[in-house]
Design a protein around this ligand. Structure first.
Ligand code: NI
Length: 184
């Protein structure tokens, strides 16, 4: 099932998401989230972006890496994740978001992280990720905390994207996937 994606300006994107009851059957939802992410050619999608305020995201970092890349990337769901630590060198990378089409900006984040989460079968895992996979996890994890990548922008850059953000929330930016715009 392909869900419409919530656009910037909808309050659910600014809200902290709720924990999911352990063992709850969310396989159908997860599969719909993969479908939605793939349909929109995204590398990650968090539940609040399909209007569900719960702590769940899916990622596919394999799409960001070419064949010769040392890093392989993963395609996986993260349920009730907790980032336990972030470390390594901070670096800047250009991010975008399916909820904020046509806006891209450099964001500085640490290179590596350790995360605890449940996988799709409710097995508890603790793993370390780095590179592009860590970057996508950090971006999607932020969605569960009600944080968007544009929230990190400051000064001139922030002023530059402001009118674009208004256009996004008004549905003035065309997308090749279906979006829901904030209620006026
Ligand atoms: Ni996003």
């Amino acid at each position: 099932m392909i869900y419409p994606i919530v656009a910037y300006g909808n309050p659910i994107l600014k809200r902290e998401a709720e924990e999911i009851n352990e063992g709850e059957d969310i396989n159908g939802l997860i599969s719909g989230m993969y479908d939605t992410m793939d349909h929109a050619s995204g590398v990650g999608l968090a539940a609040p972006q399909i209007n569900k305020g719960i702590r769940l995201f899916v990622i596919d970092s394999t799409l960001m890496l070419d064949e010769d890349s040392e890093e392989k990337g993963i395609r996986r769901a993260f349920i009730n994740p907790i980032i336990l630590d972030e470390y390594g060198d901070d670096y800047s990378f250009e991010e975008g978001c399916l909820s904020i089409p046509d806006v891209r900006a450099e964001v500085i984040r640490p290179e590596k992280l350790t995360i605890e989460y449940f996988d799709e079968n409710w097995n508890l895992k603790e793993e370390e990720f780095s590179g592009m996979t860590a970057r996508v996890i950090q971006h999607e994890y932020d969605h569960l905390e009600g944080i968007l990548f544009v929230d990190y922008l400051k000064g001139l850059k922030k002023r530059m994207v402001k009118s674009k953000l208004i256009d996004v929330s008004k549905g003035k930016i065309p997308t090749d996937y279906r979006m829901v715009y904030p209620v006026k």
